[in-house]
Design a protein around this ligand. Structure first.
Ligand code: FES
Length: 341
């Protein structure tokens, strides 16, 4: 049996014992400590933490969940790591992201479904009253939920785009994949009134409230969703710290939620750069990727910001490389990978 101690981003220490045969995620759960995770099989990266000292054995995992650079920097996946000695770990999330009970499962009704630019939809769900959890939608801005189709045939995880609220409302933006099971449902069969199972909230991609640095968001496509959630939360807290949003799509007609972005810009010290990789004529925004826009902005910035990046793995990797080469430390870059499904 080995001793594991996990230091959270806000300075709390969480301790548990691990058998050599347990994954660290299972070992924590045996002690009723529910650490952020999702796929539990090395595919999503939701359980990534940094190893400060001690040895682990890492079982197989996807490089989309843990890149070679991240592994070299000492990061591990809790769902794929077994202790080989006493361990000290550092978590990229606050103590509030650690649960003392399994992830809640609740039922929600589909109340709105509409296009969100070309190729994506906006989904609004309403939680049913629940004897344990009440009617509120309680989560940390930036987290995701796992949805199960009404017939139980497929599950997918999507980030929430709204702020936590007492009304029980969930808003999501979902990219439609050509042959995805969930996308086929949304395209062909979904109807207002359908009931879906919601497992969540989950995830550690949340604001670092303790950091005084400006907050910059670098997002691609529906990776905008968690950034909207965090910016809406910042607006509710009337936080006047400077923010920037670099929102990238391939073509102009893929932009969405521009009305929400306008509202946020009116309420917050927020500078928005809309980036289109292959614009048609008349485009007056940035031409190129959000990473190129970020590089340009960092080259003239006087302060190093915290960077929140969400989108496909290639966007995350390029943002991390650009930010690090411009002097942003590894631990000031927070990321959430979206994989097509
Ligand atoms: S929970 Fe998905 S990689 Fe560990």
């Amino acid at each position: 049996m080995y001793k594991v101690s996990l230091l959270t981003r806000d300075g709390a220490t969480i301790a548990f014992d691990a058998e050599p045969s347990d994954t660290l995620l299972d070992a924590a759960e045996r002690a009723s400590i529910y650490l952020p995770s999702s796929c539990r099989e090395g595919g999503c990266g939701a359980c990534r933490v940094a190893r400060a000292s001690g040895e682990v054995e890492l079982m197989s995992y996807s490089s989309a969940a843990l890149s070679e650079d991240e592994r070299m920097a000492g990061d591990i996946l809790l769902c794929r790591a077994r202790a080989r000695g006493d361990l000290a770990l550092r978590a990229p999330f606050d103590e509030a992201a650690v649960g003392s009970a399994p992830v809640p499962e609740r039922r929600a009704t589909l109340v709105a479904l509409e296009p969100a630019g070309s190729g994506a939809v906006r989904l609004q769900l309403q939680y049913e009253d629940d004897p344990t959890f009440g009617s509120a939608a309680q989560f940390a801005a930036g987290q995701f939920v796992e949805l199960t189709l009404p017939d139980g045939s497929a599950k997918r995880s999507y980030s929430l785009a709204n702020a936590p609220n007492w009304d029980g409302t969930l808003e999501l933006f979902i990219r439609l994949q050509p042959h995805g099971a969930f996308s086929n449902y949304l395209r062909d069969r979904a109807a207002v009134g359908d009931t879906l199972l919601v497992r969540g909230p989950q995830g550690q991609f949340t604001l670092d409230e303790a950091s005084p640095a400006p907050r910059w968001f670098v997002v691609g496509g529906t990776g905008l969703a968690p950034a909207l959630s965090m910016l809406r939360q910042i607006g509710e807290f009337a936080d006047q710290r400077p923010c920037r949003l670099f929102f990238g799509v391939n073509k102009v007609d893929e932009l969405f939620a521009l009305d929400v972005i306008d509202e946020l810009q009116a309420a917050l010290p927020l500078v928005v750069t809309l980036c289109v990789w292959k614009p048609e004529q008349d485009w007056r925004g940035f031409v190129g990727t959000p990473v190129a826009a970020l590089a340009q902005a960092l080259s003239s910035a006087t302060e190093r910001p915290d960077i929140y990046v969400c989108g496909p793995p290639a966007l995350i990797a390029a943002t991390e490389e650009t930010a690090r080469s411009c002097g942003v430390p590894h631990d000031r870059i927070f990321s959430e990978k979206f994989t097509a499904a």
